[in-house]
Design a protein around this ligand. Structure first.
Ligand code: ADP
Length: 268
Protein backbone atom coordinates (compact mmCIF):
# COMPACT_ATOMS: atom_id res chain seq x y z
CA UNK A 1 0.00 0.00 0.00
CA UNK A 2 1.31 3.41 -1.02
CA UNK A 3 0.07 6.85 0.03
CA UNK A 4 1.18 9.82 -2.08
CA UNK A 5 0.54 13.39 -0.98
CA UNK A 6 1.07 16.14 -3.53
CA UNK A 7 1.24 19.66 -2.18
CA UNK A 8 -0.45 22.80 -3.33
CA UNK A 9 2.42 25.21 -3.54
CA UNK A 10 3.54 27.00 -6.69
CA UNK A 11 5.36 25.10 -9.43
CA UNK A 12 3.99 21.59 -8.98
CA UNK A 13 3.58 19.57 -12.18
CA UNK A 14 0.27 17.78 -11.61
CA UNK A 15 0.30 16.18 -15.07
CA UNK A 16 3.61 14.50 -14.23
CA UNK A 17 2.16 13.27 -10.93
CA UNK A 18 -0.86 11.84 -12.78
CA UNK A 19 1.38 10.13 -15.35
CA UNK A 20 3.12 8.30 -12.52
CA UNK A 21 -0.15 7.43 -10.80
CA UNK A 22 -1.33 5.93 -14.09
CA UNK A 23 1.81 3.76 -14.41
CA UNK A 24 1.57 2.62 -10.81
CA UNK A 25 -2.13 1.81 -10.94
CA UNK A 26 -1.64 -0.04 -14.23
CA UNK A 27 1.10 -2.11 -12.61
CA UNK A 28 -1.36 -3.09 -9.87
CA UNK A 29 -0.12 -0.79 -7.10
CA UNK A 30 -2.77 -0.25 -4.39
CA UNK A 31 -2.60 3.45 -3.61
CA UNK A 32 -4.32 6.58 -2.38
CA UNK A 33 -3.58 10.12 -3.57
CA UNK A 34 -3.91 13.10 -1.21
CA UNK A 35 -3.55 16.70 -2.41
CA UNK A 36 -3.23 20.24 -1.17
CA UNK A 37 -4.21 23.58 -2.67
CA UNK A 38 -2.60 26.33 -0.66
CA UNK A 39 -1.29 28.50 -3.49
CA UNK A 40 -4.57 28.62 -5.45
CA UNK A 41 -6.52 29.13 -2.22
CA UNK A 42 -4.41 32.18 -1.43
CA UNK A 43 -5.06 33.59 -4.91
CA UNK A 44 -8.81 32.96 -4.83
CA UNK A 45 -9.14 34.25 -1.27
CA UNK A 46 -7.36 37.46 -2.24
CA UNK A 47 -9.51 37.84 -5.36
CA UNK A 48 -12.64 37.39 -3.23
CA UNK A 49 -11.51 40.09 -0.83
CA UNK A 50 -10.70 37.74 2.06
CA UNK A 51 -6.91 37.49 1.91
CA UNK A 52 -5.21 34.64 3.77
CA UNK A 53 -3.88 35.05 7.28
CA UNK A 54 -1.35 32.76 8.83
CA UNK A 55 -0.60 32.22 12.48
CA UNK A 56 2.34 30.64 14.24
CA UNK A 57 1.79 28.49 17.30
CA UNK A 58 3.99 29.05 20.37
CA UNK A 59 5.89 25.89 19.36
CA UNK A 60 6.68 27.38 15.94
CA UNK A 61 4.22 25.70 13.57
CA UNK A 62 2.62 27.93 10.94
CA UNK A 63 -0.99 27.39 9.89
CA UNK A 64 -3.80 29.08 8.04
CA UNK A 65 -6.24 31.05 10.15
CA UNK A 66 -9.52 29.42 9.18
CA UNK A 67 -12.69 31.34 9.91
CA UNK A 68 -16.04 30.33 8.41
CA UNK A 69 -15.50 32.34 5.20
CA UNK A 70 -12.07 30.78 4.78
CA UNK A 71 -13.59 27.30 5.08
CA UNK A 72 -16.01 28.21 2.28
CA UNK A 73 -13.18 29.41 0.02
CA UNK A 74 -11.10 26.41 1.05
CA UNK A 75 -13.92 24.09 -0.05
CA UNK A 76 -14.26 25.92 -3.39
CA UNK A 77 -10.60 25.42 -4.17
CA UNK A 78 -9.58 22.16 -2.49
CA UNK A 79 -12.81 20.17 -2.97
CA UNK A 80 -13.66 22.02 -6.17
CA UNK A 81 -11.05 23.00 -8.69
CA UNK A 82 -8.02 21.18 -7.26
CA UNK A 83 -9.78 17.90 -6.57
CA UNK A 84 -11.83 17.81 -9.76
CA UNK A 85 -8.96 18.80 -12.04
CA UNK A 86 -6.87 15.93 -10.61
CA UNK A 87 -9.81 13.55 -11.08
CA UNK A 88 -10.18 14.80 -14.67
CA UNK A 89 -6.48 14.37 -15.44
CA UNK A 90 -6.53 10.84 -14.02
CA UNK A 91 -9.73 9.90 -15.86
CA UNK A 92 -8.13 11.14 -19.10
CA UNK A 93 -5.34 8.64 -18.36
CA UNK A 94 -7.76 5.75 -17.83
CA UNK A 95 -7.50 5.77 -14.03
CA UNK A 96 -10.91 5.49 -12.39
CA UNK A 97 -10.29 8.26 -9.86
CA UNK A 98 -12.90 9.25 -7.31
CA UNK A 99 -12.45 12.55 -5.50
CA UNK A 100 -13.55 12.87 -1.90
CA UNK A 101 -13.00 15.34 0.90
CA UNK A 102 -12.28 14.17 4.42
CA UNK A 103 -15.91 14.98 5.26
CA UNK A 104 -17.37 12.53 2.77
CA UNK A 105 -18.34 9.36 4.56
CA UNK A 106 -16.47 10.75 7.61
CA UNK A 107 -13.28 9.70 5.87
CA UNK A 108 -11.10 11.85 8.13
CA UNK A 109 -12.62 12.50 11.53
CA UNK A 110 -11.23 14.25 14.55
CA UNK A 111 -11.62 16.92 17.21
CA UNK A 112 -12.00 20.59 16.35
CA UNK A 113 -9.56 22.79 18.23
CA UNK A 114 -11.95 25.45 19.52
CA UNK A 115 -9.34 27.81 20.89
CA UNK A 116 -5.95 28.17 19.27
CA UNK A 117 -3.03 29.91 20.92
CA UNK A 118 -0.98 31.85 18.44
CA UNK A 119 1.58 34.53 17.98
CA UNK A 120 0.34 37.13 15.52
CA UNK A 121 2.51 40.16 14.72
CA UNK A 122 4.66 39.32 17.74
CA UNK A 123 1.72 39.27 20.16
CA UNK A 124 0.17 36.28 21.90
CA UNK A 125 -3.51 35.75 21.17
CA UNK A 126 -6.23 33.18 21.67
CA UNK A 127 -8.25 32.68 18.51
CA UNK A 128 -11.73 31.17 18.81
CA UNK A 129 -13.32 31.70 15.39
CA UNK A 130 -11.18 28.96 13.95
CA UNK A 131 -12.23 25.76 12.20
CA UNK A 132 -9.18 23.60 12.44
CA UNK A 133 -8.43 20.24 13.94
CA UNK A 134 -6.64 17.00 13.57
CA UNK A 135 -7.41 13.64 11.99
CA UNK A 136 -7.82 10.91 14.60
CA UNK A 137 -9.92 8.37 12.72
CA UNK A 138 -9.57 7.30 9.11
CA UNK A 139 -12.50 5.47 7.51
CA UNK A 140 -10.40 2.60 6.17
CA UNK A 141 -13.52 0.57 5.44
CA UNK A 142 -14.63 3.17 2.88
CA UNK A 143 -11.16 3.41 1.33
CA UNK A 144 -10.80 -0.36 1.11
CA UNK A 145 -14.26 -0.70 -0.43
CA UNK A 146 -13.29 1.81 -3.13
CA UNK A 147 -9.87 0.23 -3.73
CA UNK A 148 -11.39 -3.27 -3.88
CA UNK A 149 -13.83 -2.00 -6.53
CA UNK A 150 -11.03 -0.59 -8.68
CA UNK A 151 -11.31 3.11 -7.83
CA UNK A 152 -8.39 5.37 -7.04
CA UNK A 153 -9.32 7.61 -4.07
CA UNK A 154 -8.18 11.24 -4.44
CA UNK A 155 -8.50 12.85 -1.01
CA UNK A 156 -8.45 16.42 0.20
CA UNK A 157 -9.09 18.44 3.36
CA UNK A 158 -11.29 19.56 5.05
CA UNK A 159 -11.92 16.76 7.53
CA UNK A 160 -15.04 16.40 9.66
CA UNK A 161 -15.14 17.19 13.38
CA UNK A 162 -16.82 14.83 15.85
CA UNK A 163 -19.67 17.39 15.91
CA UNK A 164 -20.00 17.32 12.13
CA UNK A 165 -18.26 20.59 11.26
CA UNK A 166 -15.82 21.07 8.39
CA UNK A 167 -12.34 21.47 9.86
CA UNK A 168 -9.15 22.45 8.12
CA UNK A 169 -6.52 19.82 8.81
CA UNK A 170 -2.93 19.72 7.70
CA UNK A 171 -2.66 17.68 4.50
CA UNK A 172 0.74 16.25 5.37
CA UNK A 173 -0.39 14.98 8.76
CA UNK A 174 -3.68 13.73 7.29
CA UNK A 175 -1.75 11.73 4.70
CA UNK A 176 0.45 10.39 7.52
CA UNK A 177 -2.66 9.30 9.45
CA UNK A 178 -4.04 7.71 6.27
CA UNK A 179 -0.79 5.82 5.65
CA UNK A 180 -0.81 4.51 9.22
CA UNK A 181 -4.48 3.48 9.14
CA UNK A 182 -4.12 1.80 5.74
CA UNK A 183 -0.91 0.07 6.89
CA UNK A 184 1.02 1.57 3.99
CA UNK A 185 4.69 0.66 3.81
CA UNK A 186 5.59 3.94 2.06
CA UNK A 187 4.38 7.53 2.30
CA UNK A 188 5.56 9.99 -0.34
CA UNK A 189 5.14 13.71 0.29
CA UNK A 190 5.74 15.78 -2.85
CA UNK A 191 6.26 19.52 -2.84
CA UNK A 192 8.08 22.28 -4.74
CA UNK A 193 11.48 21.63 -3.16
CA UNK A 194 13.85 18.66 -3.64
CA UNK A 195 13.27 17.55 -0.03
CA UNK A 196 14.53 18.90 3.27
CA UNK A 197 17.26 21.43 2.60
CA UNK A 198 20.02 21.99 5.09
CA UNK A 199 20.29 25.63 4.05
CA UNK A 200 16.91 26.56 2.60
CA UNK A 201 16.58 27.74 -0.22
CA UNK A 202 19.92 26.32 -1.43
CA UNK A 203 18.78 23.28 -3.39
CA UNK A 204 22.27 21.83 -3.44
CA UNK A 205 22.02 21.36 0.33
CA UNK A 206 19.52 18.48 0.18
CA UNK A 207 19.55 16.19 3.21
CA UNK A 208 19.31 12.74 1.62
CA UNK A 209 18.63 10.61 4.67
CA UNK A 210 17.22 11.20 8.11
CA UNK A 211 16.97 8.55 10.82
CA UNK A 212 13.65 8.62 12.65
CA UNK A 213 15.36 9.56 15.92
CA UNK A 214 16.94 12.61 14.30
CA UNK A 215 13.72 14.13 12.86
CA UNK A 216 13.19 16.57 15.73
CA UNK A 217 16.74 17.82 15.55
CA UNK A 218 16.58 18.34 11.78
CA UNK A 219 13.20 20.08 12.11
CA UNK A 220 14.56 22.36 14.79
CA UNK A 221 17.81 23.23 13.04
CA UNK A 222 16.92 23.36 9.36
CA UNK A 223 13.17 23.52 8.72
CA UNK A 224 11.13 26.66 8.66
CA UNK A 225 7.42 27.21 8.38
CA UNK A 226 5.61 24.52 6.49
CA UNK A 227 8.56 22.11 6.30
CA UNK A 228 8.35 21.66 10.07
CA UNK A 229 4.82 20.25 9.71
CA UNK A 230 5.90 17.90 6.93
CA UNK A 231 8.53 16.48 9.24
CA UNK A 232 5.96 16.14 12.02
CA UNK A 233 3.68 14.26 9.62
CA UNK A 234 6.60 12.03 8.63
CA UNK A 235 7.42 11.31 12.27
CA UNK A 236 3.82 10.43 13.11
CA UNK A 237 3.65 8.10 10.10
CA UNK A 238 6.87 6.29 11.04
CA UNK A 239 5.83 5.99 14.68
CA UNK A 240 2.56 4.49 13.46
CA UNK A 241 4.32 1.73 11.54
CA UNK A 242 4.97 3.15 8.07
CA UNK A 243 8.40 1.91 6.98
CA UNK A 244 9.64 4.88 5.01
CA UNK A 245 8.62 8.41 4.24
CA UNK A 246 10.12 10.19 1.25
CA UNK A 247 9.92 13.94 0.79
CA UNK A 248 10.31 14.52 -2.93
CA UNK A 249 10.14 17.14 -5.67
CA UNK A 250 7.01 17.47 -7.84
CA UNK A 251 8.26 20.17 -10.19
CA UNK A 252 9.53 17.86 -12.91
CA UNK A 253 8.91 14.59 -14.71
CA UNK A 254 8.36 11.26 -12.92
CA UNK A 255 8.07 12.76 -9.43
CA UNK A 256 6.60 9.67 -7.76
CA UNK A 257 8.99 7.25 -9.52
CA UNK A 258 11.97 9.36 -8.52
CA UNK A 259 10.81 9.40 -4.91
CA UNK A 260 10.16 5.63 -4.93
CA UNK A 261 13.74 5.23 -6.15
CA UNK A 262 15.00 7.22 -3.20
CA UNK A 263 15.43 10.69 -4.72
CA UNK A 264 14.62 13.34 -2.15
CA UNK A 265 14.84 13.08 1.61
CA UNK A 266 14.34 9.50 2.74
CA UNK A 267 13.28 9.07 6.36
CA UNK A 268 13.26 5.59 7.89
P1 ADP B 1 3.01 22.05 -0.17
O1 ADP B 1 1.87 23.02 -0.19
O2 ADP B 1 3.50 21.71 -1.54
O3 ADP B 1 2.77 20.88 0.68
P2 ADP B 1 4.49 23.72 1.60
O4 ADP B 1 4.52 25.11 1.09
O5 ADP B 1 3.53 23.38 2.65
O6 ADP B 1 4.32 22.76 0.38
O7 ADP B 1 5.95 23.29 2.13
C1 ADP B 1 7.08 23.34 1.35
C2 ADP B 1 7.82 24.62 1.65
O8 ADP B 1 8.58 24.50 2.85
C3 ADP B 1 8.88 24.97 0.63
O9 ADP B 1 8.34 25.59 -0.51
C4 ADP B 1 9.78 25.94 1.43
O10 ADP B 1 9.35 27.28 1.23
C5 ADP B 1 9.51 25.58 2.88
N1 ADP B 1 10.73 25.20 3.65
C6 ADP B 1 11.05 25.68 4.86
N2 ADP B 1 12.20 25.15 5.32
C7 ADP B 1 12.62 24.27 4.39
C8 ADP B 1 13.75 23.39 4.30
N3 ADP B 1 14.68 23.30 5.26
N4 ADP B 1 13.86 22.63 3.20
C9 ADP B 1 12.92 22.69 2.21
N5 ADP B 1 11.84 23.50 2.25
C10 ADP B 1 11.67 24.29 3.32
Amino acid sequence: MLVVKVGGSEGIDYAAVCDDVQSLVESGQRMVLVHGGSHLTNEVATALGHPPRFITSPSGYTSRLTDKRTIEIFEMVYCGQMNKSLVEMLQARGVNAIGLSGMDGRLWEGPRKKAVRAIENGRKRVIRDNYTGKVENVNTQLLNTLLDSGYLPVLTPPAISFDGEAINVDGDRASGATAVAMQADTLIILSNVPGVLKNFPDEASLIQNIAVNDIDEVAEQHAEGRMKIKLLGAKEALQGGVQRVILGDARGGSPIMHAVNGQGTVIE
